[in-house]
Unconditional design. Structure first.
Ligand SMILES: Cc1cc2nc3c(=O)[nH]c(=O)nc-3n(C[C@H](O)[C@H](O)[C@H](O)COP(=O)(O)OP(=O)(O)OC[C@H]3O[C@@H](n4cnc5c(N)ncnc54)[C@H](O)[C@@H]3O)c2cc1C
Length: 448
């Protein structure tokens, strides 16, 4: 059993917090008393079942903190074997949930993170394997990918007479099955106002016909709400700015949608996805390859299972092709190498490998029942928890009404930033104090 003496540099850092907090002003602490009750109510909700704080390590520490769009960061340095740290974890998680979680009251203000100083084998799981803890954070990436898609469509005036139908079909899929509630709601608002925004043109013109200025559409109708994260790519963050990001977020969104459709919708979801990529994905080569796979698909899909598995296997075909290309041209992100997915580390029952006698190459034999069960679980609601952070908006643009009637009221209790920040600070200080006290007690005992 490791003890604190095995890690002399950690003996005093048992649960000591190194806080990187920049307080904007003393105002941060005011209002705590007034809002204490509501804060405590929120904290009391936590069931401690999910990690909200972001795990950093020696490789990601600098880049994540440097690139983080948040103004503040709190970093907890701890050791996973330390009992006091383990006891402290649920308290830290409750605070992290205010800022980082899918139901964050103040998303994008503070990054709550931690470093396990005693972790030595951080590279045992390949980075693109995406274990269940990592995938839970992808909810933000599905939101960001959705918002970015809509920006691209409106900025490029790609919504034309020809592309109206495929777009409406894809928006219907998003409105019903997007893993994020605020995206479902934002998409529904766009659908309700679609004919006002992009009227059906009876003339021969096929140009984008929105009655609004390009930028106004996304301002008045933010598809995932006004507070959708930008530039985060929490799960899909590459080790360089130009890798991963949007296309990774889009894949996650497509898989998350696929596991949410029922048997009767499978064929429609397939058509909506294929037509959407064909008309709106900016990467020409990707569009072409995906279109080929759509054209040769064994459709019509009569079950959701067959559609989920087709999308998974199509993604693996892209992975397989890119594995070779990225190796040859070194264009990929070496930290996130492409692989046939899911690897045995995250789903041992999904595949078995055999060696081909002639070539000596390894061949993976997939167990599709196991893969399907794994995908359902991996991309399910419990893995990608949808934020309940709702958005309402009112249009002042003539001719377009944005009703807030449909806006479902948020069940999240509003906690002011100042109160949440003060709680975070108090909580961390308490942890450090408890540690100091324990060390003192220990020293006293040893002396006696
Ligand atoms: C529809 C589509 C087609 C594309 N076609 C091309 C192309 O032809 N050429 C090209 O250069 N790039 C293509 N791309 C981009 C490319 O696939 C990657 O998205 C990009 O290289 C970033 O890779 P990544 O490492 O983030 O992982 P991604 O491949 O984006 O995968 C994201 C995450 O999905 C999970 N995942 C991986 N494989 C599977 C699977 N089989 N089933 C379910 N989940 C999985 C993993 O957790 C992974 O981290 C395409 C993207 C999309 C959305």
């Amino acid at each position: 059993m490791p003890s604190s003496t095995d890690y002399p540099h950690l003996s005093l850092l048992f649960v000591m917090m190194v806080l990187m907090i920049v307080l904007p002003s003393f105002e941060a602490f005011t209002g705590v008393v007034g809002h204490r009750r509501s804060v405590l109510r929120v904290l009391g909700d936590g069931d401690g079942s999910m990690d909200y704080a972001l795990d950093l390590n020696s490789s990601t520490f600098d880049s994540v903190l440097k690139d983080s769009p948040t103004s503040f960061a709190i970093v907890e340095f701890f050791a996973h074997w330390c009992p006091a740290c383990r006891n402290y974890k649920p308290h830290y998680e409750k605070v992290a949930r205010l800022f980082n979680g899918p139901n964050a009251i103040h998303p994008g203000m503070i990054l709550m993170s931690r470093v396990d100083c005693a972790m030595k084998n951080e590279d045992t799981l390949p980075w693109n394997a995406s274990d269940p803890v990592q995938i839970a954070r992808a909810i933000y990436d599905t939101e960001e990918a959705t918002a970015q898609t809509f920006d691209i469509l409106t900025d490029n005036k790609w919504i034309t007479q020809e592309t109206r139908a495929p777009l409406i079909m894809f928006l219907q899929l998003l409105a019903a099955h997007h893993p994020s509630k605020r995206c479902r709601k934002g998409t529904a608002e766009i659908l309700v106002n679609f004919d006002d925004l992009w009227p059906l043109n009876t003339s021969n013109s096929s140009q984008g016909t929105s009655i609004m200025q390009t930028g106004d559409v996304t301002k008045v109708f933010p598809i995932c709400g006004k507070e959708v994260p930008r530039g985060y790519w929490i799960f899909c963050r590459g080790s360089r700015n130009e890798t991963r990001g949007y296309s990774c977020g889009l894949w996650i969104l497509l898989h998350a949608l696929s596991v949410r459709v029922g048997d009767g919708e499978a064929q429609q979801a397939f058509i909506a996805t294929c037509d959407f990529i064909h008309n709106f994905f900016k990467c020409e080569e990707c569009r072409r390859h995906f279109h080929e796979m759509c054209s040769s698909a064994p459709s019509p899909f009569r079950t959701a299972r067959s559609y989920v598995l087709w999308l998974w296997s199509s993604h693996n075909k892209v992975n397989e092709r890119l594995m070779a290309v990225e190796q040859e041209w070194r264009t990929g992100d070496s930290r996130y190498p492409k692989m046939l997915w899911p690897p045995p580390q995250i789903c041992a029952s999904c595949s078995t490998s055999t060696i081909k006698p002639k070539t000596g190459n390894t061949k993976l034999n997939w167990n599709e029942d196991e893969v399907y069960n794994f995908l359902k679980q991996h991309y399910s609601i419990s893995s990608l928890s949808p934020p309940s952070n709702d958005e309402t908006g009112k249009s002042s643009i003539k001719g377009v009404s944005v009703s807030d009637d449909a806006a479902s009221s948020t069940h999240a209790v509003t906690v002011p930033v100042s109160a949440a920040l003060a709680i975070a600070l108090a909580s961390c200080a308490f942890g450090a104090l408890a540690c100091f006290w324990r060390t003192q007690q220990k020293n006293r005992k040893q002396k006696n």
